[in-house]
Write a protein that binds this ligand. Sequence first.
Ligand SMILES: [Zn+2]
Ligand SMILES: [Zn+2]
Length: 147
Amino acid sequence: MYEELRSELKKRKRRITAQREMILKIFLESKGRHLGVEEVCRELLDRNIRISKATVYRAVELLVDLGFLRRLNFGDGIYRYEIVDRSEVESHQHVICRVCGKIKEINSEMVKKIVSEISEKTGYIIENHDLKFYGLCPDCKRRLSGG
Ligand SMILES: [Zn+2]
Ligand SMILES: [Zn+2]
């Protein structure tokens, strides 16, 4: 992954910085999580690295442009990012708790069927889709029902 990053950056004549590498590493180590810029800053601080939010934001957006990260918007006004697993053939869907914001990843057979149906009907090659489900996670459901 780092080698890939290095060659991508070189191709685009962008300087590979230790910062960018470290940010990518944080995402690699937190696979399945969906980090906002604020959380990336916190993770960096845990490693005793102090980088301004603006710098982290720019680095993260660059990694999106290069195809290493995917930008996600769960409607709470915060951009979150996740690592793009290039070996991942099918994209996954997100289930978001509207109370605590916990995000679960799912891989629905039904969605696969929908994608191939849309592809058939429209003649398009479907390369990407963005499907989100909102509701209550089991913890919040239990808490709110007073159980
Ligand atoms: Zn919840
Ligand atoms: Zn995800």
